[in-house]
Design a protein around this ligand. Structure first.
Ligand SMILES: Cc1ncc(COP(=O)(O)O)c(C=O)c1O
Length: 383
């Protein structure tokens, strides 16, 4: 039956992050710095709200876009945090994680033959969805620009076929984000063109040196904002994300969402309501802890001679592989074999990630200290 499978699906491969995660599972005593998942438990209040939802039989379908109070709270959250204004009536959809939000958005705006510009290296979740829609991913190499997809890089790659630009900042895998000026320059370039911006802001609550600003502040009419609670509230398994966009766009995305999942899980929606109302400040505590780890891990990497751009947000570092003649995959395999420290090869984040590796610091200080003690031995023994 293999020949009956959709060729576009056959051509997809499993994410390089998962492949490497599975590969390291066979080694003993591994410290895995591979997964982008907060190491904190979901806040207690959120868990209690979900338990109450079950006991109160809040277990049926909700409105396709999510129950109204949650949509209202999500709009208020976005307004309070980032000064963005969306109507809870018809400009927000509660999704099954940011992943489904991205899928719904891309399926709504893409068609065969159009191009999508996205930075390289980049989170591997976009390219397969672009290809499934019959569109072409155009990775723009950002390695010479501090991993930023800037207006001049965009301008150099725009064509008649460009339908969408993905701005995933703060970035997975590099942790960098765009400044207000850089966002304004992009907005000026794109304004009035037949192009959408898909702004994936899933790490917006984890920005260290500045306040997060969304490109929607400058280009609301053309922007689809993706956000969610997986990273901010340590809720990866609850699967709650959000889509915000002008109502002319949301009404089409809602159809795709409806035929895809009907609605996000009602119990998770109730948990999400607690997270963005009573639990609005929960990310602050986690962020303080991540910041300490970032400073520690960044200093250690520098002391060991790694070249690395200092991130502004998220919980990743993206250093260069020390020997330019060794591929990122071979480096990661050698590191895990010799030290038991697992990182993700940069090639998992598009071809532009070759020559780098991703280290997640969503791990305890003890784990990070042990990982760096081992890496120290590795670096000195290879000199
Ligand atoms: C940039 C980015 N967008 C989206 C997602 C998916 O988020 P969710 O777990 O809410 O689907 C991730 C998860 O790692 C991510 O790093």
């Amino acid at each position: 039956m293999e020949h009956l499978i959709n060729p576009k699906v056959k051509d997809l491969s499993i994410s390089g992050i998962r492949t490497f995660f599975n590969l390291v599972a066979k080694y003993d005593d591994v410290i895995s710095l591979t997964i982008g998942q907060p190491d904190f438990p979901t806040p207690d209040g959120v868990k209690e709200a979900a338990k109450r939802a079950i006991d109160d039989n809040f277990t049926s379908y909700t409105h396709n876009a999510g129950f109204f109070e949650l949509r209202k709270a999500a709009c208020e959250f976005l307004n309070r945090q980032y000064r963005l204004s969306y109507s809870p009536e018809d400009e927000v959809i509660v999704t099954t994680g940011a992943s489904q939000a991205i899928d719904v958005a891309l399926r709504t705006i893409l068609e065969p033959g159009v191009d999508v510009l996205l930075p390289g290296p980049v989170y591997p979740g976009y390219e397969p969805l672009i290809r499934l829609a019959g569109a072409n991913p155009v990775h723009v190499n950002t390695t010479q620009k501090g991993f930023k997809l800037t207006a001049d890089l965009i301008e150099a790659h725009l064509s008649e076929k460009t339908r969408c630009i993905i701005l995933p900042y703060p970035s997975n895998p590099t942790g960098v984000t765009l400044t207000v000026q850089e966002l304004m320059d992009i907005a000026t370039l794109v304004k009035g063109k037949n192009i959408f911006i898909l702004s994936d802001e899933i790490y917006s609550e984890l920005v260290y040196s500045q306040k997060h600003v969304s490109i929607a502040s400058f280009l609301r009419e053309q922007t689809i904002v993706v956000n969610g609670l997986s990273k901010s509230h340590s809720m990866t398994g609850w699967r709650i994300g959000f889509l915000f966009a002008p109502k002319e766009l949301t009404k089409h995305m809602l159809k795709v969402h409806q035929y895809n999942v009907s609605c996000a899980s009602s119990v998770s929606q109730m948990a999400a309501y607690d997270a963005i109302t009573n639990g609005i400040d929960e990310p602050i505590k986690m962020k303080e802890e991540y910041k300490k780890r970032l400073e520690y891990a960044y200093d250690e990497l520098k002391q060991l001679g790694f070249q690395v751009v200092k991130p502004d947000g998220a919980f990743y570092l993206f250093p260069s592989v020390p020997n330019p003649n060794v591929s990122s995959f071979d480096f990661a395999v050698d590191l895990v074999e010799k030290t038991g420290v697992a990182v993700v090869p940069g090639s998992a984040f598009s071809a532009d990630g070759e020559g780098f590796f991703r280290l997640s610091y969503a791990y305890s200080m003890e784990q990070l200290e042990e990982a760096f003690a081992r890496m120290k031995r590795y670096v000195y023994s290879s000199k």
